[in-house]
Design a protein around this ligand. Structure first.
Ligand SMILES: NC(=O)c1ccc[n+]([C@@H]2O[C@H](COP(=O)([O-])OP(=O)(O)OC[C@H]3O[C@@H](n4cnc5c(N)ncnc54)[C@H](OP(=O)(O)O)[C@@H]3O)[C@@H](O)[C@H]2O)c1
Length: 253
């Protein structure tokens, strides 16, 4: 049956940064598709996500605490997890943004964004991916961005980090593909989450962004779920090294 192609029944998925926004929507969507969830977050206040998982038919999710501003701590937590649990699907979603012109961006802000978005993505993916390679199966889905393709406006560290995760996606797809591990990314368009609050609060920017989106609206976190299920599922069995835009047509413009 075609629906079976998209089932995540019997799979365990690790989703990072699932307390809110896109990660929370993906965790709930994965539960609805039958997956067991492991959530990695910087604090344990995950009640809303845990409730959404249950509402979508999921069981008790495991919670692992790690601050992505500290890649060494993230690597230690991910390595321990990879030893003790079989992780079939990894969603690298945790991410942050700092908006300031390049000349005013501090090195501390640069480092923070690179640590959370890139170095900690690496810190999770290396041990979890290595265990997938050993087992000969797995799917990694990293949340990239339109700024994996474009320069953006006054978000230099974010753009650099998102270009880098797209490159890492392709590098790992090449290396791990022969072992049966697929590595893909999603490039969400402009999605209505806390990440874009400042843009939506600026009437000029908000209208300029909306006017450029062929779909005529901002995306919602739920708009990303179908792509995330697809890339993790058997339906995408021959999809590897791809960065899939879910952007209402922004990049086609
Ligand atoms: N919204 C968009 O338009 C858009 C577009 C393209 C790509 N993205 C990407 O999508 C992903 C999710 O973002 P979102 O839009 O859903 O934004 P969000 O609502 O701000 O969610 C960000 C998530 O990342 C977690 N996170 C941030 N810093 C962390 C840290 N130091 N340690 C652990 N977790 C941390 C947050 O945890 P806490 O709740 O604990 O802070 C939260 O769960 C990010 O990678 C973002 O770059 C978003």
């Amino acid at each position: 049956m075609t629906a079976d192609l998209f089932s995540l029944q019997g799979r365990t998925a690790l989703v990072t940064g699932a307390r809110r926004g896109i990660g929370a929507a993906i965790a709930a969507g994965y539960a609805a598709a039958g997956a067991e969830l492991i959530l990695m977050a910087r604090d344990a206040a995950l009640d809303d996500t845990l409730e959404a998982i249950k509402q979508n038919g999921g069981g008790e999710a495991t919670v692992v605490i790690a601050d992505f501003a500290d890649p060494a701590a993230v690597e230690a937590a991910a390595s321990e997890l990879a030893k003790t649990r079989r992780i079939d699907i990894l969603v690298n979603n945790a991410g942050t943004i700092r908006r300031a012109p390049a000349a005013e961006t501090t090195t501390a802000d640069w480092q923070h964004v690179i640590d959370v978005n890139l170095n900690s993505t690496w810190a999770v993916t290396r041990p979890v991916g290595a265990a997938m390679v050993e087992r000969g199966a797995g799917a990694v889905v990293t949340i990239a961005s339109l700024l994996s393709f474009q320069g953006g406006i006054t978000v230099p560290a974010y753009t650099a980090s998102k270009h880098a995760v797209a490159g890492l996606t392709r590098a790992l797809a090449n290396e791990w593909g022969p072992a049966g591990v697929r590595v893909n990314a999603i490039a969400p368009g402009y999605i209505s989450t806390d990440n874009t609050t400042d843009l939506r609060a600026d009437p000029g920017r908000e209208a300029a962004i909306r006017d450029r989106i062929p779909a005529g609206r901002w995306g919602q976190p739920e708009d990303v779920v179908g792509a995330a299920v697809f890339l993790a599922s058997a339906a995408a069995g021959y999809v590897n090294g791809h960065v899939l835009a879910v952007d209402g047509g922004w990049l086609a413009r």
